[in-house]
Unconditional design. Structure first.
Length: 355
C-alpha cells in the first residue's frame, strides 16, 4: 500500500465519535482487526510440535500451532460442528485438538479426525470438514497472524520496518521474555497509539522521566508503509543521575515505533520492551508490555520490572484526559507540531484506508 501524506489536510484529526461510538468500534472490528498482520507472540512460545498459542484479533478467536513437520499454522479457534471455542487456554501443547463441547477431534493441520457417535452422522463426509485457516509468519522471532486468508505477505506488509530495526546491534531472534505487565484502561485504543507516535508531549508528560535521558529535540519520525519508526537519540552528554546513566548509550539510539495496528517496539541498551494494544470496547483498551533480553543482556544487567512504571502512568494519565475531552462538542484538532506529531497524521491516514 502506498501512503502519501499531503502537506496540508482539510481536516486534522478524526471525528470525536470515532473514539466513543459502539457502531464505529464494530466497524473497526470488521475492518482493521480482520485484515491486518498482528503481533501475537514469539517463536519460543511454539518450540515443539503441538505447542499452541491462542488469541483474539478483533472478534476473531484464532490459534497458531506447530504441526508435526515443525511448520506454524494459524486457524480460527472455532469448531465447525456448532461453533464452540476449541482451545480455551491461552497457551498449551496438544497431540490433537478436541472440542470441549461434543468431542469432535482434529489433527494439527485442522482436519477432522473423528466425531463422537459417528452413526448419528450417516451423511457426514469427514474429509470435507476442516478448521478455517488464517495466515501466520514471523520476523525476528516475533510471530504475526493475519485473520484474512489472502493478501500481501508479512514481509510486504512490514515495508521498511525490518530494515529500520536492523540498526539495533543485537540479534532479535535471541530475545527471551523476562517480564510481562498487563494494563487495562478506560481509553480508546487509538488514543494510546496517537500518544505513542508523537514526541511533542515528552517535555510536559515526561519532564522528569524521559527528558533527562533522551535528546528530545532530535527525535526522528519517518513513516514507512503503514508503520511509524521513531528514532530517539540519547542526550549528547551522559546524564549525571546514575538512574538515567544506566540506560544511556552514546552511539546507539533507541529504536522505537509503531507497527500498525497493534505493536510498539522500544529498544534499549539492555533489552527491548514490546507492547501490544488491544481494543476491548469503544472506550476500553488493554496494553500488554513484554520485556525481552538477549542472554548476554540478561547476564550483564537483569531487567528490573519497576524501571518504566512511572512513564507508563504518565502516558495513561494524558490518554485519560483525551478520552474525557473527546465527547465535547468543542473538540477539534487545531494544529499538529510538524514532525513531532507527524505520527498522529500518518496513523489517521492509514486508518482511513480501512474504514
Ligand atoms: S461444537 Fe464442537 S463438537 Fe460440537
Ligand atoms: Fe509518552
Amino acid at each position: 500500500m502506498t501512503i502519501s501524506l499531503p502537506l496540508t489536510s482539510t481536516r486534522l484529526g478524526l471525528p470525536g465519535r470515532y473514539y466513543t461510538d459502539p457502531d464505529f468500534y464494530q466497524r473497526e472490528l470488521k475492518t482493521v482487526w480482520r485484515s491486518t498482520w498482528q503481533w501475537v507472540g514469539r517463536l519460543e512460545d511454539l518450540r515443539n510440535s503441538g505447542d499452541y498459542l491462542t488469541t483474539i484479533l478483533g472478534e476473531e478467536p484464532i490459534f497458531v500451532v506447530k504441526n508435526a513437520e515443525g511448520e506454524l499454522l494459524a486457524m480460527h479457534n472455532v469448531c465447525p460442528h456448532r461453533g464452540a471455542r476449541l482451545l480455551p487456554e491461552k497457551q498449551g501443547s496438544c497431540k490433537f485438538l478436541q472440542c470441549p463441547y461434543h468431542a469432535w477431534t482434529f489433527d494439527l493441520e485442522g482436519k477432522l479426525l473423528a466425531v463422537s457417535q459417528p452413526k448419528w452422522f450417516p451423511d457426514l463426509d469427514k474429509s470435507s470438514v476442516r478448521l478455517a485457516r488464517a495466515r501466520v509468519a514471523s520476523w525476528g522471532g516475533f510471530v504475526f497472524i493475519n485473520p484474512d486468508p489472502e493478501g500481501e505477505s508479512l514481509a510486504e506488509y512490514l515495508a521498511g520496518y525490518p530494515e529500520y530495526l536492523g540498526g539495533w546491534p543485537h540479534r532479535w531472534e535471541e530475545l527471551r521474555e523476562v517480564a510481562r505487565t498487563v494494563y487495562e484502561e478506560p481509553i480508546n485504543w487509538k488514543f494510546i497509539v496517537e500518544n505513542y507516535v508523537e514526541d511533542y508531549h515528552f517535555a510536559t508528560a515526561h519532564a522528569g522521566s524521559l527528558v533527562p535521558l533522551f535528546d528530545v529535540q532530535n527525535i526522528r519520525t519517518t513513516p514507512t508503509g503503514r508503520h511509524i519508526p521513531i528514532l530517539v537519540p540519547y542526550t549528547p552528554e551522559p546524564p549525571a543521575d546514575p538512574a538515567f546513566l544506566k540506560h544511556w548509550e552514546a552511539d546507539v539510539p533507541s529504536y522505537q515505533g509503531f507497527i500498525f495496528p497493534n505493536m510498539m517496539i522500544n529498544t534499549g541498551k539492555n533489552g527491548c520492551s514490546v507492547w501490544q494494544v488491544t481494543a476491548l470496547g469503544p472506550e476500553r483498551s488493554r496494553l500488554e508490555t513484554v520485556t525481552y533480553q538477549t542472554p548476554a543482556q540478561y547476564a550483564a544487567d537483569p531487567y528490573v520490572p519497576e524501571s518504566w512504571q512511572q512513564v507508563m502512568e504518565e502516558d495513561f494519565s494524558v490518554c485519560r484526559l483525551l478520552q474525557r475531552g473527546i465527547g465535547s462538542r468543542a473538540y477539534q484538532v487545531r494544529a499538529l507540531a510538524g514532525e513531532h506529531e507527524l505520527g498522529v497524521a500518518h496513523f489517521h491516514q492509514v486508518l482511513a484506508q480501512y474504514l
